[in-house]
Design a binder for this molecule. Sequence first.
Ligand code: SF4
Ligand code: SF4
Length: 441
Amino acid sequence: MEKVLSRYIYWFESSTNKYLVYNSRYNSLYEVSGNVFKELNKLKNDINYIDYISVDIMEILNRNNIFVSENEDDDFVLELQYRTERAAFSKSKLGLILVPSLGCNFSCRYCFEEHKRDKVMDDKTIDSIILFIKNNKEAKELELVWYGGEPLMAFSAIKKILFRIKNEVNIPIIKHNIITNGYYFNNDVIDYFKNNHLDVIQITLDGERERHNNIRKIKETNEHTYDKIIDNIDNILNSLPNTSVHVRVNIEKSNINDYYEAVEVLGKKWSGKNVIIYPGMLRIENETNMKLSCNCLQKKEISEFMFDINKRGILKQDIYPHSIFCKTCSATRINSFIIGPYGEIYKCWNDVSDNNKVIANVNDGKIINKSLYYRYLIGSKWYNNVSCRKCFFLPICNGSCAWYSLKNKYQNGKFSLCDCMQKYPGMLNKCLEYVYEVNKL
Ligand code: SF4
Ligand code: SF4
């Protein structure tokens, strides 16, 4: 059978003159001799050179899956497609992101709040949500996230829903998170969540104190909010030690240093506590809504920034790539829903409060926007994109964000879709070399 060079092989000479070979399909990295490296370079220029390779070197190339049979890489793509679809269409887990209110106590300048209404989820909608969960017969596990607006503006609705889920529904909650601005996370809320464990509380700071206070003001009074949020996080960390607090520090080009400052100041303050301080890349669109504004960090800059903070040990994520076999998100999974205060159902977080993006209502469950529903479930998937199917990075990439893919496809968007950190020029070498040198693989 004819053998070909696998599309998942990459080799390079490191800055310390090592000959490294990386296989993205197997996520393996190893050093080879100068001889093997030379032969690989010759093969790259002319695959017919295969006939002149010595038996010893051929054995090394075969052993490391550098050569594969003619259709093997394409078959592997089919396997990834199958695994993505199996996960996307599994109903064993029900994912609910509940938006008990679209209202918010802040008036952040980049929030499109004209669409946001203060309506709090009423009892009729809560009844429908409980029925919706009960009718989801195949679900064995429930993942629950509170989102807004500011979800704590509807704390009473949160309590009602949780009480009813725990008492009326026979599915265990395996993940329970809240995304909040932190302002209302007072002692009453903390006491409540002592008995209703949260896995993660995500709270956003808009940079350092002054910038945050300029952007995140109380709506009616323009009051500053930074100090109160920091005090609340202090209380949470002391009172809910088993809940992980994720402090997201928003950054764009002009305030990258705010992240370093937050890590320096808050990292020291909360040393040893259950907290992660991570950068949130602001994604504000330009005036045409077709691209990110030039103030935002672009993908290459984000890659370099993430590399830097990981290398410096500021954030403890892996620089080494991860194999990602199922490439899904709430928009592309059949059993994930975002439910707003009117019972309206969305597929993507970015769609919340946009009436044109409502795909159904929890009161009757009927799909009312079939086009959008199928675009998310099928049309946005990586396997429809020839570039992804042929891409060296596919095994270590999560595919592109469905929301941006649809925006490019149907609304003339020009967004850069590849989120794989190693994809950007020079990054793969940097990441692999760093890991090889540090871990002495
Ligand atoms: S999203 Fe980009 S990096 Fe990822 S597989 Fe597709 S083309 Fe490759
Ligand atoms: S489509 Fe994009 S923004 Fe929406 S849930 Fe999926 S990954 Fe997130």
